[in-house]
Design a protein around this ligand. Structure first.
Ligand SMILES: Nc1nc2c(c(=O)[nH]1)N[C@H]1C(S)=C(S)[C@@H](COP(=O)(O)O)O[C@H]1N2
Ligand SMILES: [Mo]
Length: 422
């Protein structure tokens, strides 16, 4: 140990003189850090909401991370109003996650000499601090990468994405809170000292960020900030359109799949087509039936019988966990409360298990909470924008619920079971 120190760090990035950018210093690191503090806080809150929106405590099949344990302490019944709630929270979560990537990379760049600090561990407390930084950097990288892969590649980790992203986020946020607790006062001081203030490389204030032999500047600190800002803005422009929808969708170059949903009443986003979900024409042909069960009774209906019931309208969006969403669509069909009444249930409609003709897959069934089943905008939709649902949009019948995540809007529904434990 003593000899290693006497010999100094090995040649390369562990030598302080190796990192020569004159831009590095407490001010730049503090500015990136404070932007991330605000941004990551919003990401964390909207991420918690995203999980709550699944109503995971309602039924095991709603829960994508069944071993969450006490990490589910904050869960609450997801509301149905405002009807655009999940569209907003999940749009913000995914767009902000993408937009913060340049800031995250810039922040890492600004502290890179610290990551190569020599000797790597000086004392127990120094070792613990470095371990927490490892969790911070690793947790951030992991959480951002899993999130972005899910947005871009359309559920590439079937089921397991949620688990990875969920635990990754908790590790990240734990290390993040520690980091902010220790560094916040220093960051505020550095920002107050101003952009032009560059402390001596050896001083405590320099915090190991300032190069002892800086190269000549090729860009100003303000220019560096502008570059990162421009990168974030460019990402905003190419992602936000998938959440705003309408004309803006054309600007959403990074929108998943960019598949053209076609024109007309059914011309809005489709991730999983009937064919890719293994739906056979015979499953949704004339032989299709809807079974409604509950209160010890059972009714079997054809689509004709459903069409003979009172038809209700609701203008609601579909908002996917991936961040894309549709503008409000005009759905029409039968209220879930009217279907519950068919088996003799009153207005205090209980929870309902919704099952699709689709065989297998974690999106083929869901349990809706009583507040969702009771909402008068919650429909078993038969039409959209004045036309029959297309097979890809769930013909003969799909569920649509205000404020629910897209995955709770089950397509090709064949059975509704009210009030029985699942
Ligand atoms: N039966 C069934 N219903 C489903 C799905 C599915 O894969 N199978 N996908 C869900 C998801 S994740 C979303 S976001 C919405 C809209 O998906 P779509 O774009 O594939 O229509 O439908 C939901 N309903
Ligand atoms: Mo989805």
């Amino acid at each position: 140990m003593g000899r290693a120190r006497a010999a100094g760090p090995p040649p390369g990035p562990t030598r302080p003189g190796f990192w020569r950018s004159p831009l590095r210093g407490p001010w730049l690191t503090a500015v990136f850090g404070l932007v991330l503090l605000a941004g990551v806080t919003v990401l964390f809150v909207t991420g918690l909401l995203s999980y709550a929106a699944y109503n995971p405590d309602l039924a095991p099949r709603n829960d994508q991370t069944p071993d969450k344990g006490w990490l589910g302490f904050y869960l609450f019944t997801w509301p149905t109003s405002p009807y655009w709630l999940y569209r907003l929270t999940q749009g913000v979560h995914t767009v902000l996650g993408v937009v913060l990537v340049p800031v995250l990379l810039a922040k890492l760049w600004s502290v890179i000499p610290k990551l190569f600090e020599w000797p790597p561990v000086r004392s127990i407390s120094h070792g613990l601090e470095r371990l927490s930084l490892l969790l911070l950097v690793g947790g951030a990288g992991f959480t951002f990468v899993t999130g972005i892969l899910n947005i871009q590649l359309d559920y590439i980790f079937p089921g397991s994405f949620y688990v990875l992203h969920f635990y990754g986020a908790w590790v990240f946020i734990g290390a993040f809170v520690l980091h902010v607790t220790f560094r916040f006062p220093r960051a505020v001081r550095a920002v107050r000292a101003g952009r032009g203030h560059q402390p001596d490389s050896g001083s405590a204030e320099a915090a190991g960020l300032v190069s002892p032999r800086p190269a000549p500047a090729t860009i100003s600190r303000r220019g560096a900030l502008a570059m990162v800002g421009a990168g974030s803005f460019a990402l905003l422009v190419v992602t936000a359109g998938q959440s705003i929808g309408g004309w803006w969708r054309q600007t959403a170059l990074l929108a998943p799949h960019g598949r053209d949903p076609g024109k007309g009443p059914n011309g809005f986003q489709i991730n999983k087509t009937a064919a890719s979900s293994g739906i056979r024409p015979s499953d949704i042909g004339p032989a299709w039936r809807l079974t409604v069960r509950g209160a010890g009774r059972q009714e079997v209906l054809t689509r004709q019988m459903l069409l003979a019931m009172p038809q209700r309208q609701a203008a609601l969006p579909i908002a996917c966990v991936e961040g894309w969403s549709t503008p409000d669509q005009q759905w029409s069909g039968v209220r879930l409360t009217d279907l519950a009444a068919l088996v003799g249930l009153g207005t205090d409609t209980p929870q309902v298990l919704v099952e699709s003709v689709q065989r297998g897959g974690s999106f083929s069934s869901v349990v809706l909470a009583p507040n969702q089943a009771r909402d008068e905008r919650s429909l078993l939709a038969l039409h959209v924008n004045g036309a029959d649902l297309s097979p890809d949009h769930g013909y003969p019948a799909r569920v649509i619920v205000p404020a629910a995540p897209g995955v709770h809007n089950t397509k090709w529904v064949t059975r509704l079971t009210f009030g029985e434990p699942v």
